[in-house]
Design a protein around this ligand. Structure first.
Ligand code: SF4
Length: 441
């Protein structure tokens, strides 16, 4: 059984309220941290090996150490709660059931970064969660863990919750900052990076909800102990939101030493494929990472078991591997049509493109149109090559990662499931009534 650090108290009734959270040992990490220096805490975070849980997996301690500290200029921590990646809903769970874990993590992190005003930017669709967070903020303030002179240390911190307007692109950190400043959420050109010029041109760290929540157990147990959980550079625990054709969709905390096979088939996690069907493919890290067919999902090309961690999922690069991403684990059974699935994703990325750069604005639309054509049985063989060509021209040629995120699913689908695309072209009548999955398994 995986060790639980973040969700260990999630089952306790009333844990979302300060009194219960405090009784379970809440805010003792904050008390401990505020007796340390910011540099000492930073060292603990670096030692823990924590990697950003939003998708990129960049080491959190290193990110914090990049923060510029010009004299007299305020600095900010912004928590990215714009969780809009299809298949990803772990941060929602944390904020809804354990809001004080996030607030405590923000207190410690803001203290390290020297932020006196920190923000939670939350996606507009999570309309009921800001009230939960604001209530937790008020409770923490009343107990002396937020506001002026926290615990008599002379350190002040205010936390504000900002609701987004429902645009996926605002999960990109610079688009998020634009939106937080009250502008249209268009990604900025980098450099300068937010660590130098972020919110209102002030040095800013943007971190994912889960990353900030993980700071609490890191301080509680110490960075070295935290680093002993997991394997290699995949230290600590990771929240996975599992969905699709499985028996037990939900949010699971894993310690990154379990195999993908165990995660899918064990009763502790997904509980196997629904209705006893066969596993066809999976997107293990949210819709932006490459889809992998069952044979490469459970084992690498070397025959090694595939593990639920950053390195093992990426083994073989994009040719045979995928990415841990945001931990949005989407399972597809044998009946699912890869072309239809890819078309749905292409429609999403086209709709969410901010339109600033041509390859993304035009390319996502073209990919959607061609996929729609193929899926309806109106495509030609050369359309598959055209699709491949378009995704190649998008990847790496855009301002922000949305372009890559739109290109990779298409590339992986053609790479691994070209036969399905060809089947749709060769069987125009069947294409409209069936799909490759139903016809072949
Ligand atoms: Fe906008 Fe797409 Fe360019 Fe990102 S890649 S800046 S979403 S047009």
């Amino acid at each position: 059984m995986s060790k639980k650090l973040l969700l260990k108290d999630a089952h306790i009734e009333g844990i979302r309220y300060f009194e219960t959270y405090r009784k379970q040992g809440g805010y003792t990490a904050a008390e401990k941290a505020l007796k340390m220096t910011p540099d000492e805490i930073l060292e603990e975070v670096k030692t823990s090996g924590l990697r950003g849980r939003g998708g990129a997996g960049f080491p959190t301690g290193m990110k914090w150490s990049f923060l510029a500290k010009p004299e007299g200029v305020p600095r900010h921590l912004v928590v990215n709660a714009d969780e809009s990646e299809p298949g990803t809903f772990k941060d929602r769970y944390l904020m809804e059931f354990l809001p004080h874990l996030l607030i405590e993590g923000m207190l410690i992190s803001s203290f390290v970064l020297g932020s006196n005003v920190s923000y939670i930017y939350i996606r507009g669709e999570y309309s009921w969660i800001p009230d939960i967070l604001e209530e937790a903020i008020e409770e923490a303030k009343a107990a002396g863990f937020l506001g002026k002179n926290i615990l008599g240390t002379g350190y002040d911190l205010e936390i504000y919750v900002q609701r987004g307007g429902g645009a996926y692109i605002c999960g990109e950190e610079t688009a998020l900052l634009e939106s937080l400043e009250g502008k249209r959420g268009n990604p900025r050109l980098k450099p300068p990076f937010p660590a130098v010029k972020g919110l209102w041109e002030r040095p800013t760290v943007v971190n994912n909800v889960e990353s900030i929540a993980a700071i609490v157990p890191i301080i509680d147990m110490g960075g070295a102990e935290y680093a002993k959980i997991g394997v290699g550079r995949s230290t600590g625990t990771k929240l996975i939101s599992a969905c699709g054709n499985i028996n037990k969709p939900g949010v699971y905390e894993i310690d990154m030493t379990i195999t993908v096979e165990e995660f899918i088939y064990s009763d502790e996690y997904c509980g196997g494929i629904k209705d006893g069907k066969k596993l066809k493919a999976c997107i293990p890290g949210g819709s932006s990472v490459p889809i992998v067919p069952a044979n490469l999902l459970l084992r690498t090309v070397n025959g090694e078991p595939r593990y639920m961690n950053y390195e093992s999922l990426a083994d073989g690069g994009f040719a045979t591997g995928t990415m841990m991403g945001s931990g949005g684990f989407i399972v597809l059974d044998e009946d699912q049509c890869i072309v239809e699935h890819t078309m749905t994703l292409a429609r999403f990325y086209h709709h969410e493109s901010c339109g600033q750069c041509t390859p993304c604005r035009e390319g996502t639309g073209w990919m959607h149109k061609i996929l729609k054509k193929i899926e309806k049985g109106e495509g030609k063989m050369e359309d598959i090559d055209l699709l491949w060509d378009i995704q190649r021209k998008i990847e790496g040629n855009t301002i922000c990662p949305l372009g890559d995120a739109a290109a990779w699913p298409v590339a992986a689908a053609i790479r691994h499931f070209r036969d399905e695309f060809e089947w749709h072209v060769k069987n125009p009548e069947l294409s409209q009534t069936q799909n490759y999955g139903l016809a072949h398994y």
